[in-house]
Each structure stands twice: as C-alpha cells, then as structure tokens.
Design a protein around this ligand. Structure first.
Ligand SMILES: Nc1ccn([C@@H]2O[C@H](COP(=O)(O)O)[C@@H](O)[C@H]2O)c(=O)n1
Ligand SMILES: C[C@@]1(CO)OP(=O)(O)OP(=O)(O)OC[C@H]1O
Length: 138
C-alpha cells in the first residue's frame, strides 16, 4: 500500500516598474489578465509576477528546480512570451510526477496601482489554468 504525501511549494518573484509613454492606455499582465497600469514591468517575458511565483512554487513542490532553470533569464526566445505557456510546462511536470494540485495561495505586493478590483478576475483566470475551483485559489 502506498501512502499519499502532501508537498508544499513556495514561490516568489519581483520585477521593477518602468515608466511608459503609453499613459492611461498602458497595461501589464497579472495572473494572465491585462491590468491597466501607468507603469510598465521590466521583464524579458510578459513579466507576469503572479504566474512566475506560482510556477516556482509548483516546480519546487516536486523538486524540479525553478523557472530560470527551465526558461533561461534573458534568453531571446522568451522575449515577450506569455507566462501561461511557462505555467503549462510546470503543470505538466507536476502531473508527470503523478501529483495533483489542491490549493494555491498567492499574495501580490504592489503599492501602485491599487489592484483589489482585479482580484476576482485574477483568481478566476488563474484557477482556470489549473482546472481548480476558484475557492481553491485564494
Ligand atoms: N542571483 C540569481 C538570480 C536569479 N537566478 C536565476 O534566474 C531566474 C530568474 O530570477 P529572477 O530573480 O530574475 O526572477 C531564477 O529562477 C534563477 O534560476 C540566478 O541563478 N541567480
Ligand atoms: C521566465 C523568464 C524568462 O526570461 O522570464 P522573465 O520575464 O525574465 O522574468 P523573471 O521572473 O525575472 O525570470 C524568469 C525568466 O527565466
């Protein structure tokens, strides 16, 4: 008989803000959705800090390294890449190892802009990537 183990992964990411010429039409990507922002995010990919942190947590939970080991920082092939693609890769590794995702808890630290009005959309959208009910992603 095999016993089931619960593994916990912890992820973190931080990106600098950049000024933008686009003014009020500018957006950044957060948990896969476009959020209006008067700043840009400095990144090689789409700079989705939310998904990058989750990807690190997923990879860490199954001892599969971190995001930079799978998608090298600065590699031009990832220029502007959507982070949902990186996430798909990390999830596939979790599933290949016979593990399943039960719950995600994510904290976004951003003094500007105030993002609570996007919270529900971010949760619903992120949960859809994992086929999780949105109450499993908080
Ligand atoms: N001092 C460091 C910092 C990062 N890495 C690798 O790069 C990846 C991306 O890191 P960010 O800080 O830019 O998010 C990270 O996953 C590491 O693989 C490093 O090797 N040394
Ligand atoms: C996935 C990568 C690929 O360039 O994306 P970045 O946008 O550079 O983001 P970061 O969180 O700094 O590091 C992860 C990188 O490996």
């Amino acid at each position: 008989m095999t016993s089931k183990q619960t593994r916990v992964g912890m992820g973190f990411d931080a990106h600098r803000y950049l000024s933008t010429q686009n003014g009020s039409t500018n957006t950044v990507i957060l948990c896969g959705i476009e959020v209006p922002s008067t700043y840009d995010i400095e990144a090689n990919s789409d700079g989705d800090v939310g998904l990058h942190a989750i990807i690190d947590a997923l990879l860490g939970s199954v001892d599969a390294g971190d995001i930079g080991m799978h998608f090298a920082p600065g590699d031009t092939q990832w220029k502007g890449a959507r982070s949902s693609m990186f996430l798909k890769h990390a999830l596939a590794i979790v599933h290949e190892k016979g593990d399943e995702l039960i719950n995600i808890d994510i904290t976004i630290i951003a003094e500007k802009r105030y993002i609570s009005s996007y919270r529900e959309l971010c949760v619903k959208n992120s949960a859809s990537y994992y086929l999780l009910a949105s109450d499993a992603l908080v």
